[in-house]
Design a protein around this ligand. Structure first.
Ligand code: PLP
Length: 399
């Protein structure tokens, strides 16, 4: 006998991975150069040079037993201190190494955080559509419920009135993701202030803190000089930042990130202990030791983001030029396109006829949209645009 819930999760791939696997099969049939796989958010640019240099330095200079040995469960102390000092300097919110917990990427950061916060049987976490589909898996694993609210239809920013109406005594936290997967939307200062005001008022009303959980794997991935990604902790004390180096340093396979708490949070010490407990109970202690040290040395650096910017510009201009309606992505490496027919599954099927592999927005909680991951070689976008032109023609789009 096995756990039915886990069986269901493990025996069915996510729809993103289904398409990703289909792309491999199709590539073997007609050649990879003829398949346009825009399914998965795997960084397409190499890690920045200091990553390799740091690995080489660490391997050459640190005794192997120390380098590859267990660190403290919450992460190496000097690693946490270094990252905390950078965090304080970059975002102006004082945090110490004792407010940081090193993790195996954002997935672990989130899973641990939900487990640490979910306290009662029918606790809820609120998020806004569109959202990263794994949130539901992570929240439900903590025995809580994910409640999905709509975003404002034009901007895809949170619908504040819906949030006010939805918060109840069951609400343990509100989960945000900016820059956003799948929309590329970035929350500005006004949005964070508004969220902070609502959460402050509602925390008072319900007599306990409602946490803001900020999922930030794309924090550094923005492309315009006027796009600023504010740190939510600077607006709201009861914030938990879930960070990952997967995208900023192009290290998704190395599994490294962190959880940062604001020491000014109402229950900071107890929450930190609960995070350590959740990490322990989930088996997420001692994030990969070598890559903790690489992260500390390279924190704040990024891979070469110019390719993503080139791709973003080409794709956004190309698609809107063909008459498609898209949200202009300000960050991350995804473009969200409104499908010209209501049925996004049918649109994806039509796109597939031209070997364009897109992900249905319904998977992200938004009907009538598709996601295009543009973390690919620029040549892929250039060659895909004439195919999108054929697709536009099928729908009689004109600009
Ligand atoms: N959150 C979002 C919004 C993501 O897009 C991803 C990965 O694509 C994750 C979390 C998980 O990131 P990680 O690879 O660091 O676990």
């Amino acid at each position: 006998m096995v756990n039915e819930k886990m069986y269901a999760l493990g025996s069915k791939r996510s729809s993103i991975r289904e398409i990703f696997e289909y792309a491999k099969i199709r590539s073997a049939e007609i050649g990879a150069e003829n398949v346009f796989d825009f399914s998965i958010g795997n960084p397409s640019v190499p890690a920045p040079e200091p990553v390799n240099a740091t690995i080489a330095r660490l391997v050459q200079t640190m005794p192997s037993v120390e380098l590859h040995g267990y660190t403290s469960a919450q992460g190496d102390k000097s690693v946490r201190e270094q990252i905390a000092a950078n965090f304080t300097r970059r975002f102006g919110v004082p945090v110490s190494g004792d407010d940081l917990y090193m993790t195996c990427g954002a997935a672990a950061s989130l899973t641990i955080t939900f487990r640490a916060l979910a306290a009662r049987q029918d606790d809820e976490f609120i998020t806004f559509a569109p959202f990263f589909p794994e949130y539901r898996v992570f929240v439900e694993n903590a025995g809580a419920k994910l409640r999905v609210l709509p975003s404002a239809p034009q901007t895809l920013l949170p619908d504040f009135e819906a949030l006010k109406a939805a918060i109840s005594s069951k609400t343990r936290g509100v989960l945000i993701n900016s820059p956003n997967n799948p929309s590329g939307v970035v929350y500005d200062e006004h949005t964070l202030q508004k969220l902070a005001d609502i959460l402050t008022e509602k925390s008072r009303e319900w007599g306990e803190p409602i946490y803001l959980i900020s999922d930030e794997p794309y924090r550094e991935l923005v492309y315009d000089s006027d796009t600023f990604v504010p740190c939510p902790m600077a607006y709201y004390a009861d914030t938990v930042v879930c960070y990952s180096y997967s995208k900023s340093l192009s290290l998704p396979g190395e599994r490294v990130g962190y959880i940062a708490l604001n020491p000014k949070a109402a229950e900071a010490k107890r929450l930190y202990a609960a995070i350590c407990g959740a990490g322990r109970s989930l088996g997420f202690v001692c994030a990969p030791a070598l890559f903790q040290r690489v992260a500390a040395a390279c924190d704040g650096l990024t891979a070469d983001l110019s390719v993503y910017k080139t791709n973003r510009d080409l794709l956004y201009q190309g698609l809107t030029g063909l008459g498609f309606t898209c949200v202009e992505p300000r960050g991350a490496f995804y473009l969200f396109l409104k499908t010209p027919e209501k049925d996004a599954a049918a649109f994806c099927a039509n796109a597939k006829k031209y070997e364009l592999l897109l992900v249905n927005g319904a998977d992200f909680g938004c009907e009538g949209w598709v996601r295009i991951a543009y973390c690919v070689k620029t040549e892929r976008i250039e060659r895909a645009l004439p195919l999108f032109a054929k697709l536009a023609k099928d729908y009689h789009l004109t600009k």
